[in-house]
Design a protein around this ligand. Structure first.
Ligand code: PMP
Length: 360
């Protein structure tokens, strides 16, 4: 068996510890005689799985008791409009940092008034716009951000001002990569398929007091946070396998990594090595404003499309998978999520050095 060095943007690498534990429990989960995938979501075994996953995530992220944790379906793309259906009364202020906010703007406009408070579009989304309170529309209910832009490799290091407004954040590509102060947010969502497990489950963390904002008579049940919260994410059949894998990933973060402070240190070391090498190289460039660089997604180019193609092809032969940049921007992108080891990053840098030498 050969496992590749996987730099995929999502679905992405999963810690080997998690995969092996899932493998060991695959045919007979804890003496139940069946796999988690074959189990009723109403069973005592599954109740323990979902309760443990929630409790572990609560401990890891230090989520206060006045916040609910939901495990939903429909990906980040459903959250683009579900937040508006549940929270928007007068309007939304959205900061545009590329693809994932562009889509949120488009969807939320179908539901209500949207004010784009700032955008880094004119510079091809290479930075995070710094906004002031005055840039916000006084009448909106919330400020919406994508905290880490997976495609452009940008990351908020400081949250935007939002006095008198809620803060809603898409943490799909940075959740659990570092500690965050959950109390600074009103709603966080994240698809699991980058840092938390397989595709198919979306984590939503929201203040309980927000559950009563929407008119429940007008909201389809599946799109109501309140309905899911009241049913403990079991209003309908939840994505059982995904929730189990999120639970194992949380267990790995707690017991093997030792918490999010440690995870952050490892991630910072990985990212620093890669950015330092790129910045000192004569071949590769990363165009993102240094202070806005992502810890998780590192796009880079050679400046020559043909050479980029050659890089991707040769990298593949060397066991480096999914290094091609997003189709909308081209070039390369190394997604160095939690499960991507320091060894993998070192291997990538060695390959980049060799390629640079050969193509100087
Ligand atoms: N938000 C971010 C930051 C993303 O990177 C993605 C997907 N890559 C999405 C939202 C959309 O998620 P999904 O494909 O799960 O709908």
């Amino acid at each position: 068996m050969t496992r590749v060095y996987n730099f995929a943007a999502g679905p992405a690498a999963i810690p080997e510890w998690v995969l092996k534990k899932a493998q060991a429990e695959m045919l007979d989960y804890h003496g139940s005689g069946m796999s988690v995938m074959e189990m009723s979501h109403r069973s005592a075994e599954f109740k323990e799985i979902i309760d443990n996953a929630k409790a572990s995530l609560r401990r890891l992220m230090n989520i206060p008791e006045d916040y609910d944790i939901l495990f939903l379906q429909g990906g980040g793309s459903t959250q683009f409009f579900m937040v508006a259906l549940n929270l928007l009364q007068n309007g939304a202020d959205i900061i545009d940092t590329g693809q994932w906010t562009k889509k949120a703007i488009k969807e939320q406009k179908k539901i209500g008034y949207v004010h784009v408070a700032a955008s880094s579009k004119e510079d091809n989304y290479t930075y995070i716009p710094k906004i002031k309170q005055e840039d916000l529309d006084p009448k909106t209910d919330y400020v919406y951000i994508c905290e880490n832009n997976t495609i452009f490799g940008t990351k908020y290091k400081q949250l935007p001002p939002h006095d008198g407004k809620l803060l809603v954040a898409d943490l799909s590509s940075c959740i659990c990569s570092e500690p965050v102060d959950v109390t600074k947010y009103d709603l966080i969502f994240a698809g699991a398929q980058k840092n938390m497990g397989p595709a198919g489950v979306t984590i939503v963390i929201l203040k309980k007091e927000l559950l009563d904002r929407a008119d429940q008579d007008k909201l389809p049940s599946m799109l109501s946070y309140k309905v899911h919260a009241e049913k403990d994410s079991m209003f309908n059949t939840p994505p059982t396998w995904g929730i189990y894998m999120v639970g194992l990933t949380c267990q790995w973060l707690e017991e093997v990594i030792g918490g999010l402070e440690n995870m952050e240190k490892i991630n910072q070391r990985k990212a620093k090595k890669l950015y330092d090498y790129i910045d000192n190289s004569k071949l590769y460039t990363n165009n993102v404003n240094k202070e806005d660089r992502s810890l998780m997604n590192v796009p880079f180019v050679t400046g020559d499309d043909e050479l980029d193609k050659k890089f991707v092809a040769e990298a593949k032969k060397a066991g480096i998978a999914n290094i091609k940049g997003h189709r909308s921007v081209g070039g390369m992108r190394a997604s160095i999520y939690n499960a991507v080891t320091e060894e993998a990053v070192d291997y990538l840098i060695d390959f980049m050095k060799k390629f640079e030498k050969e193509n100087a």
